[in-house]
Design a protein around this ligand. Structure first.
Ligand code: 5GP
Ligand code: MN
Length: 317
């Protein structure tokens, strides 16, 4: 899975883990970095190896692997310190992913479908197509549901197709209790995170109405003051999109080791291209990320210039 995994990266990986384990395979799940506390309820999450924290252990697992499934990312760059290891690894690398523009040369084979809602849905298809749908147990269902539910914005994005709803129906048939998953993911934070969001919306958000754009920029000192941890800023970039007329929302965070950018858009504004062109990133048409090695202030200026360069597209409603 990709660094700082979200619920789809973690859920699709653990869903596949439970499935392959049931078929008698010896399976290990590796995350390139640590992950958010709100993913720790997932069945199997306690056995996931953190590559940064347990590098030797993870390298041993990789050296002994026959197959390495690469889930929810499509270029080794997205695995940070694990990338050089993956590159030279002898094991067969298999891609299952839904992001745009895969680095096809990195993988022996696999499947990349950008119209798919989530990697969790693709793992589900993989299981069903293998003829083993009967092996979907509660653990698999919970992990896959978490991935598909979060990546579809709780089933509101256009990617929440009829097939997605049929998948959920089948998971329900297997005994899935979906309310519990929503509570585990969305009602499981500490007070500091909500106070932080209040502060950010009040003091760190700028609206550029003439460009139908909103920008939230967060200095490192805010993260320290509010004791913000991995995953606490997930979803923050969506708030500005609730303002009428806003077409592009950006979140720029000074994470100390680097500046992390998130972009979300509505309708025809392509943030995958935007993130690739200006912020060494990528992702999907309406949701993408990137980074910058400049200061926060410089990155904000870089964003404002990029926004102005795209004015004709942004001003069109
Ligand atoms: P987020 O803003 O939540 O980090 O990322 C939004 C989407 O873009 C996610 O699907 C994520 O996997 C993808 N993404 C984030 N950063 C990058 C990046 O640097 N490169 C690529 N290719 N995708 C990214
Ligand atoms: Mn995904």
């Amino acid at each position: 899975m990709h660094l700082k995994p979200d619920a789809d990266a973690m859920g699709s990986s653990l869903g596949l883990f439970h499935f392959l384990s049931q078929l008698g395979h010896s399976v290990n799940v590796i995350s390139p970095t640590n992950w958010a506390d709100w993913l720790k309820w997932m069945p199997g999450a306690d056995s996931v190896i953190d590559y940064e924290y347990s590098t030797d252990k993870a390298n041993k697992v990789l050296d002994n692997a026959d197959w390495v499934f690469c889930l929810d990312f499509n270029t080794f760059f997205r695995t940070r310190h694990m990338a050089p290891k993956l590159k030279k690894l002898a094991a067969l690398k298999i891609l299952i992913d839904h992001h745009q523009e895969p680095s096809v040369e990195d993988f022996a084979y696999g499947i990349s479908v950008t119209s798919k809602s989530s990697t969790a849905e693709m793992v589900y298809d993989f299981i069903v197509d293998s003829g083993h749908a009967d092996r979907i147990n509660i653990a698999t269902a919970e992990c896959l549901y978490a991935g598909v539910m979060t990546d579809t914005g709780s089933f509101r994005f256009p990617s929440a197709t009829a097939s997605v709803h049929r998948m959920v129906a089948l998971l329900k048939d297997h005994g899935l209790q979906h309310t519990k998953i929503h509570e585990n993911l969305f009602d499981n934070f500490l007070e500091n995170r909500l106070r932080f969001i209040g502060h950010v919306l009040q003091n760190r958000m700028d609206i550029y109405y003439e460009y139908n754009t909103a920008l939230i920029s967060i200095p490192w000192k805010d993260l320290v003051k509010y004791e913000i941890k991995t995953g606490d800023t997930e979803g923050l970039v969506n708030y500005p999109l609730t303002i009428k007329g806003i077409k592009l929302a950006a979140l720029i965070i000074d994470r100390d080791e680097e500046i992390k950018c998130s972009f979300r858009s509505k309708d025809d504004f392509d943030v995958n291209t935007f993130a690739r062109k200006y912020f060494e990133g990528g992702g999907h048409f309406n949701a993408a990320g990137g980074r910058s090695s400049n200061t926060l202030e410089q990155t904000v200026q870089q964003f404002i210039r990029a926004m102005k360069e795209n004015e004709s597209q942004l001003q069109q409603l």
